[in-house]
Design a protein around this ligand. Structure first.
Ligand SMILES: O=C(O)[C@@H](CO)OP(=O)(O)O
Length: 334
């Protein structure tokens, strides 16, 4: 039953608890709100995650092959279980100015840099084998800054496959060095939705001009595109297709993957993972710089919220492998 759920999460250092009495998550912090409806939790504004039913309570699952040494490479396992971390980039300069950004390539603000570093601290105990980012610098900065916090200290390295020459010129000729690195794949398919003629316009001024309702429809509806831009549905056609074709096979192979992308490209992926309807996705909002963890197990994605901090126990108890990996890291330090 839904009342059995107790999840920790999300957008701040506080934890949130499911209340059986009120049938909803009761705490609200900053711009995060959770609303529960029925056994499948839906989505309030600034969603941290969609909660799960009682059958998906945090659990320690059967072990599979553990990394024998956390200092060694995190060898992908023949397992049906792996971790997926989704993270929206930290605040960008145009988020700060409240401008429609879409595919315009703007960097993070100092606050966005802080958010990325903070996000990295939260996931610093989770082994990551591969990173996918969009082709936009705000997502790439976020991924890199977050990885700088990882306790394992592997180096994220961007794979340059844009031409045969770029690929050849970036070869690494040391297996040992390769083992100490994490491949970063950049893909335009994970870019923010193209906002068309709204790109560069102020969101408030646009709402004043066209009305709140119209602008909300452009920003959050599933199938209504902004003028000459992409609807969420159009964005999903490329982002979800890429996710299924390129990222899922890595998870199936037992690799742990981080995806650093954007509000709307991630909304479309979360809509797919959580099987949200086109109505439900309207109220799905993602905060900047908040990592969300899914466990991929036996072909299913199980939402596990966000590590509140590096020392939080619950996320690492979701699978025995994550717990063991963290123990190894702890023992290396002590
Ligand atoms: O401007 C954008 O590109 C996006 C994300 O910042 O805005 P919105 O939240 O309105 O989809």
């Amino acid at each position: 039953m839904a009342g059995a759920i107790s999840h920790h999460a999300l957008a701040s250092t506080q934890s949130y608890r499911w209340s059986a009495q009120s049938s909803r998550f009761e705490k609200r912090t900053g711009n995060v709100r959770w609303v529960h409806q029925g056994t499948r939790c839906s989505v309030g504004r600034k969603l941290g995650f969609v909660c799960t039913s009682g059958s998906q309570q945090p659990s320690v699952v059967e072990p599979f092959q553990l990394p024998s040494d956390a200092n060694s490479d995190h060898t992908p396992k023949k397992s049906s279980e792996s971790a997926l971390i989704l993270i929206r980039h930290g605040e960008s300069l145009w988020n700060e100015k409240n401008l429609f950004t879409g595919c315009v390539d703007v960097p993070l603000t100092p606050k966005g840099v802080e958010e990325a570093i903070e996000a990295g601290k939260r996931i610093c105990n989770i082994p990551i084998d591969m990173i996918y980012t969009s082709s936009l610098i705000r997502a790439q900065m976020t991924a890199m800054l977050a990885m700088m916090q990882h306790r394992r200290k592997k180096i994220p390295i961007i794979m340059h496959n844009e031409s045969e020459q770029a690929h050849r010129w970036s070869q690494i000729y040391s297996e040992e060095t390769k083992k100490q690195s994490i491949p970063v794949i950049t893909a335009w398919q994970l870019n923010e939705r193209m906002y068309g003629e709204l790109q560069g316009l102020n969101k408030q001024e646009t709402a004043d001009r066209f009305g709140n309702e119209q602008v909300h429809e452009w920003r959050r509806s599933y199938d209504i595109p902004p003028p000459n831009g992409e609807s969420l549905e159009m964005c999903a056609e490329r982002a979800v297709a890429y996710f299924k074709e390129q990222i899922v096979p890595q998870l199936v192979a037992g690799k742990n993957v981080m995806v650093a992308a954007h509000g709307n490209s991630l909304r479309s992926i979360i809509m797919h993972l959580d099987k949200l309807t086109s109505q439900e996705v309207i109220s799905l909002e993602l905060s900047t710089g908040i990592p969300m963890l899914y466990i991929f197990k036996e072909g299913k994605f199980i939402r596990r919220g966000s590590p509140v901090g590096p020392s939080e126990a619950s996320v690492y108890a979701y699978t025995r492998t994550l717990a063991k990996y963290r123990q190894k890291l702890d023992s290396m330090v002590s």
